[in-house]
Design a protein around this ligand. Structure first.
Ligand code: PAF
Length: 297
């Protein structure tokens, strides 16, 4: 496994690989890897000649009062995991390599998606995500890039980025990987103390309640949302930021549940902010629970 820290090395590798007719899969990460990341790595390895994993805690996507400074990092462990997984290249640039002095160019979403949900609570977040993903796509020139459904809004925005700016990479979205008790895997789960860890799965349970209510015939999103809120409300140390039922493409709230909808929750468990979502297909029979959907975009 090769480790590149400079854009020059990474670009030269990709250029040569492409000249040799090799396909490249990219898995962009901020490190502190968990099984969710590793499922993306596996999908890339299974479908590409070469797999590049980027590890870069992108300062531009963190707000002023967010967790940039304390975001968990463990490069040594990450490298060992990626080597074991069979990754070909790790691209782990310093901040000054990605945003050198005099850096002025950013990619911003405009026209709806960015002002909703995560975008509303974390202004500028998607500008940071789009900018870094655009840079990573240019530097690594992948045929495919892999992202996790847990960050549903990010997935939609990255699909738009690729379409709107004519990037060549195909974007693949893989299902959320969960702990045995349903909690979505996230690097930020490491912030939870023992008590918080016990209550955090209420977020996923609320999503499951939404699924059950819809499968049993509930069509009124307000009633479903009330059910979700009630469930999470039982936990003293969880504060909901949003619990919504939306159109899976536009993320606009639906007025009636008539087809596929996306249920999303963001909540603070103690001080830790966690997000999760599931796609719910109304067409599925009432007693048949659909597994967490593969992709919705
Ligand atoms: O999902 C993440 O870890 C990050 O937002 C990403 C896509 C690696 C960009 O920094």
């Amino acid at each position: 496994m090769r480790l590149f820290k400079t854009v020059l090395e990474m670009s030269a590798f990709s250029k040569k690989a492409r000249l040799n007719g090799k396909s490249i899969g990219l898995v962009p990460t901020m490190g502190y890897l968990h099984e969710g990341h590793l499922s993306l790595v596996k999908a890339s390895i299974d479908s590409s000649d070469l797999t590049v994993v980027s590890i870069f805690v992108n300062p531009v996507q963190f707000g002023k009062n967010e967790d940039l400074a304390k975001y968990p990092r463990n490069m040594k462990r990450d490298l060992a995991l990626l080597k074991k997984a069979g990754v070909d290249v790790v691209f782990a640039p310093e901040v000054s390599e990605m945003y050198p002095n005099g850096y002025i160019t950013y990619v911003s979403p405009q026209g709806g998606l960015e002002g909703l949900l995560e975008g509303e609570i974390r202004p500028g977040h998607f500008r940071g995500v789009m900018t870094v993903v655009a840079k990573l796509l240019n530097i690594t020139e992948p045929d495919k890039a892999f992202f996790g459904q847990k960050d549903a809004q990010q997935c939609l925005i990255i699909k738009k980025l690729v379409r709107d700016l004519n990037f060549k990479a195909e974007i693949l979205i893989l299902p959320t990987v969960r702990e045995a008790d349903g909690l979505a895997k996230s690097s930020r789960n490491s912030y939870l103390d023992a008590k918080e860890r016990v209550t955090a799965p209420a977020i996923y349970k609320a999503l499951q309640i939404a699924q059950q209510m819809i499968n049993l015939g509930e069509r009124n999103p307000a009633v479903v949302i009330a059910g979700m809120r009630r469930l999470i409300g039982c936990e003293k140390n969880i504060k909901i930021e949003y619990a919504v039922i939306t159109d899976p493409e536009t993320l606009q709230p639906v007025s009636s549940i008539d087809g596929r909808v996306l249920a999303l929750v963001a909540a603070r468990v103690g001080k830790t902010r966690l997000i999760d979502n599931i796609l719910i297909d109304r067409k599925v029979g009432s007693h048949h629970r659909r597994k967490n959907a593969k992709t919705h975009v």
